[in-house]
Design a protein around this ligand. Structure first.
Ligand code: PEP
Ligand code: MN
Length: 662
């Protein structure tokens, strides 16, 4: 049963409830959520909930109706996020785990780790004890394989996951493994589950070949009730009558599992389909269905693989799939989890990450937050605004949010030190550039761009309980959503439009009015925040509506070790051919000029400042060598081009990794 405690419960009352339950042989787990603190009590004996309900400090008691208790949504409403050495599985991110089926030798696993890290995997997989169907097939390198996996993971900054086939191997694995994988064939090896759970380490629990969802969750219950809180479910295909694929990927399990349990769920498209070319489409389908991530087999040379070669992706195929996931992620309201890629020498041997800035104190965004034990990010608007969602996408919950009421105030908060970061919208896929922020970036020289994140903008019409489309008379929103929802609004010409400073503010006004004739256009996430109901969702005219935000910080505070993107402002000299020569520089370094925008220079009529976005062309993997191109081009623009009087006033707005998240 779940015991919801009173908000201001006294410590001694809490203790009394705990011992009451423990005396009745119930195992008690305390879960402090954002909204409330609960005790989850599970055990063999049944207890009358009324006996607990009357104890001082108890708000209410909810019996758990499912046979799995700790794994059920009733036990814990909030999604569980499993954190493994800074990598999170679950929450607002999509995390991709990749690597070969088996560790075969040092060279192979290092090469695999390099490829998958460069393409954006956040964890390395590789089997060392292989549960093969045939006793004559390659059985894995055993303890030696586990050590090699760890070395390769460490070299490329990736935590490691490997399969455990028997509890007997725990002693030789424990010092090297971050996440244990329980394979499909062992899902119901309850002795293994109990011993593994007792380690308290994260476990990926694959679904058995013919296990029902309930059996799978019961297996998770074994792990949870034995002592670990960190269980990741993995759908890897089930056995059906179909022979065209190795198994049948049960995509419907994802939304079903999502509603039954708080545990994160990932998809293994490799073992599901068994055929290389079919893996990326099913991986993408898994993400579209709402999975928290993927685990994928990638081999530097699939033809030479000692196991599962036919389903292992070529590194290029994996890179392409990662890029496709990047495009899909905002559609499902998520960001792709990325580790800051360490810099490596061209030879492939790992080296220390290089730093871009001369300042020895400069560090990456993630390191900065880690060192400070948290940070603050300012944004314009109220809770539920799109900038608020962008912060969650980029930082997850690593920062606290500071709402202010203008873009300028966001920048001032960063400069004054009231915030470490600021989240500013810079362009919208339909409405174009947010000029105010382009001008702000050129005006405030003490800040720079350290990252970016794109979110899908989906608008809803929200109102208080009891309202419907017929009761509405006035609609509140930011000016942009009024434009973006023009087609829907044209169907209701009688509605009055009132502009607010953000969509969050609109929602707040409507909630405070309590009036059924008012509605707000905002994101549906503002609904629960302001106790509003969604009257209609997806009211934007064009669903391909994305906003790119930039993350700003005080100049020199953080640095990106391997940038792939830069934003520069410059004024071309007032001479024939100067703009042409300036742009030629980007060609010289093989860079992609992805955007060129001009803005009038205040006080100098008919002269313009150019804003350029420059990127490493797609397909160039992030590495010290390739990112050096971007740095050299920017340096040359700043030094030689100024000396040669091609450009004046060059300012680098930022040199960052456009795909990284914290
Ligand atoms: C594996 O991940 O290599 C594996 C053997 O998977 P499964 O247990 O899903 O067959
Ligand atoms: Mn395999």
């Amino acid at each position: 049963m779940v015991i919801v405690l009173e908000k201001n419960i006294r410590e001694d009352d809490k203790q009394r409830i705990r011992s009451f339950l423990e005396k009745r042989s119930l195992k008690v787990n305390e879960i402090a959520g954002e909204e409330e603190t609960i005790f989850g009590a599970v055990g063999k004996l049944s207890l009358d909930p009324r006996e607990v309900e009357i104890l001082p400090g108890v708000q209410r008691v909810i019996p758990i109706s499912k046979p799995y208790k700790m794994a059920s949504r009733e036990f814990k409403r909030e999604n569980t996020v499993v954190e493994v050495r800074g990598v999170k599985i679950g929450g607002s991110r999509i995390s991709v785990i990749a690597g070969p089926c088996a560790v075969e030798n040092r060279e192979q696993i290092f090469e695999a780790a390099r490829c998958v890290a460069e393409s954006g995997a956040v964890m390395l997989r590789g089997g060392a004890y292989k549960p093969r169907t045939s006793p004559y097939a390659f059985q894995g390198l055993g303890a030696e394989g586990v050590k090699l996996l760890r070395e390769a993971g460490d070299a490329y900054g990736l935590p490691v996951v490997t399969e455990i086939v028997s509890a007997d191997y725990i002693p030789e694995m424990i010092d090297y493994v971050d996440v244990y994988q329980v394979g499909a064939r062992n899902m119901q090896n309850f002795e293994l589950l109990k011993k593994l759970g007792a380690l308290g380490k994260p476990v990926i629990l694959k679904r058995g070949l013919s296990a029902t969802i309930e059996e799978w969750l019961m297996a998770a219950e074994y792990l949870l009730s034995s002592g670990t809180n960190d269980v990741i479910l993995c759908e890897r295909g089930i056995r059906t009558y179909e022979k065209a694929t190795r198994n049948t990927l049960d995509l419907s399990a994802i939304p079903v599992v999502r509603s039954l349990t708080h545990l994160p769920i990932i998809v293994d498209p490799s073992h599901a389909v068994g055929i290389r070319d079919k893996v990326p489409p099913m991986g993408l389908a898994g993400i579209a269905a709402g999975a928290d991530g993927l685990i994928v087999e990638v081999h530097p040379c699939p033809e030479c693989a000692m196991s599962d070669g036919a389903q292992s992706l070529y590194p290029e195929q994996f890179e392409k799939m990662m890029r496709d996931i990047e495009v899909l992620a905002p559609v499902v309201g998520r960001a792709v989890s990325r580790r800051a890629v360490k810099a490596f020498k061209a030879s492939g041997s790992p080296s220390q990450p290089e730093t871009a800035s001369k300042s020895p104190s400069a560090e990456s965004v993630a390191d900065y937050i880690r060192r400070k034990g948290g940070a603050v990010c300012a944004y314009s608007g109220n809770q539920g605004a799109f900038a608020d969602q962008a912060i969650t996408c980029y930082f997850d919950n690593a920062v606290s949010k500071l709402p202010v009421n203008s873009f300028q105030k966001v920048i001032e908060a960063v400069i004054d030190g009231n915030a470490d970061f600021g989240m500013l919208p810079i362009e919208n896929s339909l409405a174009g550039s947010v000029y105010e922020n382009y001008d702000n970036l050129s005006l405030y020289e003490d800040i720079e761009i350290v990252g970016s994140v794109t979110i899908r903008v989906e608008h809803s019409l929200l109102a208080v309980k009891g309202a419907d489309l017929d009761t509405i008379k006035t609609v509140y929103s930011h000016p942009q959503p009024f434009v973006q929802c023009a087609e829907f609004l044209a169907r209701h010409p009688e509605w009055k439009h009132v502009e607010t400073e953000s969509t969050g503010t609109a929602a707040r006004i409507v909630a405070e009015s309590g009036d059924i004739s008012n509605a707000a256009i905002a994101s549906d996430v503002t609904g629960p925040l302001y106790h509003l109901e969604v009257l209609k969702t997806g009211i934007e005219t064009n669903p391909l509506n994305y906003t790119r935000f930039v993350i700003v910080a005080k100049k020199g505070a953080v640095v990106c070790p391997v940038p792939n993107f830069s934003a520069v402002i410059f004024t071309a000299a007032n001479e024939p051919g100067s703009l042409y020569k300036a742009l030629g520089l980007f060609t010289k370094y093989g860079l992609n000029l992805t955007k060129l925008e001009s803005r009038p220079i205040h006080g100098e009529p008919w002269r313009y400042r150019f804003y350029a976005n420059i990127a490493l062309p797609s397909g160039v993997a992030a590495s010290a060598v390739s990112s050096e191109r971007i740095r050299s081009a920017v340096n040359e623009l700043q030094t030689k081009a100024v000396e040669d009087n091609i450009v004046e006033d060059v300012r680098i707005l930022g040199l960052y990794d456009s795909t990284a998240t914290v």
